[in-house]
Design a protein around this ligand. Structure first.
Ligand code: TYD
Length: 205
């Protein structure tokens, strides 16, 4: 595979969306084909699974299995073919979100998640994961009143503390893959940090 695979992570309210769009424009301006996608989702089947995961009450194992089922379809239909073509894949959340939300937030077994990760994706990992790290108290303020919350956005701050802790654990397990961005800064400062992280890899001028 000769493409570039970049994932974006963070707790709800961390503000990753605009930066993903902007990075897509930046790559396109330099002549790269870009696939902008998200998880859970990115294929018709996975988008249907997303609706269930985000709206229907279910136990943590069901949730984990559904996000990995969605991921399996997404990798096979979209991510792997794009990387084989040499495209840049920008993915709004990937497997670290499962460790963070189902592992950290819901307390589901970390080792089982690792087993599912290996089974579903083999050695496939993002080349870099940009983690928008934000104190949960700031995220809670940003989310308050922003829109009708989904199942996860409606969780208490303690849940997001667990989610953040699990992101930190994933970083500690694979520090070279992660670029941690301080998301508690002005949007333009966050953007220059995102750009610098990608440029630092030599992928953008
Ligand atoms: P999000 O990426 O925040 O999209 P939007 O900006 O449209 O709300 O929403 C996805 C939600 O799904 C988010 O709350 C995290 C959750 N999620 C999991 O619980 N497990 C996963 O594996 C993934 C990819 C996401």
């Amino acid at each position: 595979m000769s493409g570039l695979f970049i994932s974006f992570e963070g707790i709800d309210g961390a503000g990753k969306s605009t930066h993903i769009e902007r990075l897509a424009q930046q790559f396109k301006a330099q002549g790269r084909a870009v696939v902008l996608t998200r998880e859970p989702g990115g294929t018709p089947l996975a988008e249907r699974l997303r609706q269930m995961v985000l709206n229907d009450p279910m136990d943590p194992m069901t949730e984990a299995l559904l996000v990995f089922a969605a991921r399996r379809d997404h990798i096979g239909q979209v991510i792997a073919p794009a990387l084989e073509r040499g495209d840049v894949v920008l993915c709004d959340r990937f497997t670290d979100a499962t460790f963070a939300y189902q592992g950290g937030g819901r307390g589901f077994d970390w080792g089982v998640l690792e087993y599912l990760e290996r089974s579903v994706q083999g050695p496939l990992q993002p080349h870099v994961t940009i983690w928008f790290d934000l104190p949960t108290v700031v995220a809670a303020k940003r989310l308050a009143g922003a829109r009708v919350p989904d199942k996860f956005e409606a969780q208490p701050q303690a849940f997001f503390e667990q989610v953040s802790g699990a992101y930190a654990r994933r970083l500690a397990q694979d520090p070279l893959r992660f670029a941690r961005i301080d998301a508690d800064q002005a949007p333009e400062t966050v953007w220059s940090d995102v750009l610098a992280a990608v440029q630092g890899k030599g992928w953008l001028n």
